[in-house]
Design a protein around this ligand. Structure first.
Ligand SMILES: C[S@@+](CC[C@H](N)C(=O)[O-])C[C@H]1O[C@@H](n2cnc3c(N)ncnc32)[C@H](O)[C@@H]1O
Length: 283
């Protein structure tokens, strides 16, 4: 049977070209370019200027027109990134020049992406700003490794937590007691260098040392790597294997579901094993 393609107009889906004098805070997704939203793709294809981060995938940047300006405002090895105030100022100044400005961020712009600060900078300057949500690595990286962040009967909630507190803060703002007692999955971003402290504080505050934990590096991409261990030994495993960022750290019983589901991202390897493992899973 032959199939016909849909005749839905892009505008009916809310997909439109980038407007002059406007700032778009775009979520670029977790790395797999197939997880970019259609709206984000259309805006990138029509931008005059794109300010992007170090982790922005090359395939996503390839959508930017050849004659558009590209500015990397993220940190690169040996070089600090732009100051946050300067990024806000750049977006405002370029929009005021009448350019269609796209600020491309990894994952979702409002999940540890400082997108809120950039939205406020635009609002305060009276520059129109639109937020285009993206697929966050906090969900997509575990998912690609066969770890659903919630699962009926296993985890009824999930908390996204920074693994890297601002070092300029005089005291830790983390409520380790509440995090240890949280009745669900914990996902730490930006935490690879701190995994020993994270695991230690959770255990010291009552989380079981045998709680399953995993790190998912470059989740959803062809570079994806997964390291799983119980909470008490995860930091030693990270050190022993030299596991590096960027990775999402997942803590909770849902990590055991990986034994059944396996790698399931299109770019991240072979499909899940075919054996009927469900009956062997104990959680
Ligand atoms: C500054 S945060 C930005 C998070 C982003 N806004 C999001 O929603 O995914 C950067 C951190 O996100 C995580 N991250 C980003 N991409 C990732 C990926 N493909 N796999 C695993 N973790 C990733 C890492 O913890 C990294 O240190």
């Amino acid at each position: 049977m032959s199939r016909t393609t849909s005749a839905i107009e892009p505008s009916a889906l809310g997909i439109e070209p980038a407007r002059p004098g406007h700032v778009y805070l775009l979520g670029g997704g977790p790395g797999d370019p197939g997880l970019l939203t259609m709206r984000a793709a259309a805006l990138l294809q029509t931008a005059d200027l794109v300010a992007y981060d170090r982790l922005s995938p090359a395939e996503v940047l390839a959508l930017v027109p050849a004659d558009a300006e590209r500015i990397c405002v993220g940190k690169t090895v040996g070089r600090p990134g732009w100051d946050q105030d300067d990024i806000g100022q750049l977006l405002v100044n370029e929009a005021r020049l009448g350019k269609a400005v796209v600020r491309l961020k990894g994952g979702d712009p409002f999940v540890f992406g400082r997108g809120g600060e950039e939205a406020i900078a635009c609002r305060e300057a009276g520059v129109p700003v639109t937020v285009v949500s993206g697929v966050t690595s906090a969900v997509a990286a575990p998912a690609a490794a066969g770890i659903p962040v919630t699962h009926r009967g296993v985890a009824t909630g999930v908390a996204f937590v920074t693994g890297h507190e601002d070092p300029s803060k005089p005291e830790s703002q983390m409520d380790w007691d509440a995090l240890a007692r949280f009745p669900g999955t914990l996902v730490f971003l930006m935490g690879v260098g701190n995994v020993g402290r994270i695991a230690g504080m959770l255990i010291a505050n009552g989380r079981g040392p045998d709680t399953p934990a995993a790190l998912v590096r470059w989740g959803t991409t062809s570079e994806q790597e997964v390291l799983a261990a119980d909470l008490v030994s995860i930091a030693d495993e990270v050190r022993r294997t030299g596991f590096a960022s960027p990775a999402a750290i997942v803590v909770g019983d849902v990590v055991s579901l990986r034994d059944v589901i396996g790698d399931v991202a299109p770019l991240a390897g072979d499909p899940a094993p075919a054996e009927p493992l469900l009956s062997t899973l104990s959680l």
